[in-house]
Design a protein around this ligand. Structure first.
Ligand code: FRU
Length: 429
């Protein structure tokens, strides 16, 4: 990939502790600095002023073997009242295994996020907080401040139970109290465990994002006085199984910006990437709006515009490019035709195709190998596709509210054919 964020080399997975600090965006990420496969989890680090160009920085957190750590798992970062930054993460070692025995640690940076000191009194949260409630796979702290206290949610599941998010409070970031099971997966969803919960306020509602070892989902709803969550809308954050374990920050303009890990995207010497930064907004029906940060437009170069084009044939070539890096904005008049959209190919006659099509009668959207329900809202007249092709990554946004991030290893990195297609026509751009 040319413009999706990646580690300098080797393995990466979840975004960790994204934070907007002193006018800069900082990203950390699960990283194995010793190889192309998962292992030896460290926190890699990079920063940016514009969300587009990233400067790699030295590794932020490494496992302290002398203190029994083998991995620094996922977590989050916050700025305290004095302006000091603290990272919270799940510490894993032979005596604190991930399944049954994980503990939560804090590390602090006093020098503008260059170096980190682990709190001598670690762990700051242990399973003792839960009394008789036995929680397994307890990990991925997401910390925030509210009124005059600190809160954290963690993922996992009660022994023998379904995936859940757990909520805690602290006056000082080191003494924590277990408040409640914030929310637990519903039986019909068959989610045995939740990882990487994110919990934040957006447009007067609360958003709970979770990764159930499957498509990442979200709820919007309300936090109740007993620290349980009352859900309203339940949605899918990204329809691709290649998208996982997202994390987010609030920036200086009050924007909620989220990155997800793109998994199974790999090449010699590297494995993993992040999605583009996505801006989340709240919509009247409780669902989330999702759009790429507008800063991404600074990468645009030569431009072709096609207007008022109607076609009836099964396919028509709209553009061909000698590059594997393209942004497409396609606005279809939704009431014209019944089943239409775009198709990407590495060559006009290639067997390899990436369909991005919508069927107006069945309200089904197909993006690559993923098919799912998508209907227009009342008053919506267009189907708006925004597609970012970055060699083998195809990141699709539909009507500013649906995402699907595909990995297509067979797309040729240096060439792209963009076709308009109809199954039941016509189609009109
Ligand atoms: C999600 C996850 C987290 C964990 C991390 C370990 O991908 O499994 O739950 O903290 O990866 O790398």
């Amino acid at each position: 990939p040319a413009y999706h964020f990646q580690a300098p080399a080797y393995w990466m997975n979840d975004p960790n502790g994204p934070i907007y600090y002193q006018g800069e965006y900082h990203l950390f990420y699960q990283h194995n600095p010793y190889g192309e496969n998962w292992g030896h989890m460290h926190w890699g680090h990079a920063k940016s002023q514009d969300l587009v160009h990233w400067e790699h920085l030295p590794i932020a957190l490494a496992p302290s073997e002398d203190r029994g750590e083998e991995h620094c798992f996922s977590g989050s970062a916050i700025v305290d009242e004095k302006g000091t930054v603290h990272a919270f993460y799940t510490s894993i070692g032979p005596k604190t295994p991930a399944g049954d025995g994980a503990v939560q640690w804090m590390a602090t940076s006093e020098d503008g996020l260059r170096t980190w000191k682990k709190y001598p009194g670690n762990p700051v949260l242990t399973e003792k907080l839960h009394g008789d409630l036995k929680i397994l796979d307890w990990r991925d702290p997401f910390v925030w401040r509210e009124k005059d206290a600190w809160y954290v949610v963690l993922g996992g599941h009660p022994q023998g139970g379904r995936g859940a998010a757990f909520i805690y409070r602290s006056p000082n970031l080191v003494d924590w109290k277990f408040l409640n099971i914030l929310y637990q997966s519903q039986p019909e969803d068959q989610e045995g465990n939740w990882e990487c919960p994110n919990f934040f306020e957006l447009g007067g509602k609360r958003v709970l994002v979770y990764s159930p070892h499957n498509r990442v989902r979200y709820y919007t709803g309300d936090l109740q006085p007993d620290y349980t969550f009352k859900p309203g809308y339940h949605g899918v954050l990204d329809y691709s199984p290649n998208f996982y374990a997202p994390n987010c920050l609030l920036d200086g303009q009050g924007r909620r910006i989220l990155w997800g890990w793109i998994r199974e995207v790999k090449g010699p010497g590297w494995n993993g990437a992040f999605t583009l930064p996505r801006i989340l907004t709240s919509r009247p029906d409780g669902s989330l709006g999702m759009e790429p940060a507008p800063e991404i437009a600074s990468l645009r170069e030569s431009h072709k515009k096609i207007e008022n084009q109607t076609w009836n044939t099964r396919s028509t070539v709209l553009d061909e490019r000698e590059t594997g890096c393209v942004e497409i904005q396609a606005v279809f008049e939704a009431s014209v035709g019944e089943s239409f959209g775009l198709r990407l190919r590495p060559a006009p006659d290639s067997e390899i195709t990436v369909p991005i099509t919508w069927n107006r009668s069945t309200n089904q959207m197909t993006i690559g190998g993923q098919t799912f329900d998508f209907a227009l809202d009342t008053g919506e007249k267009n189907l708006e596709l925004r597609v970012f092709v970055d060699k083998l990554i195809v990141e699709v946004y539909v009507n500013r509210r649906i995402c699907c991030t595909l990995v297509v290893p067979d797309l040729r990195p240096d060439r792209l054919v963009i076709e308009g297609v109809v199954e039941k026509g016509p189609a009109r751009l």
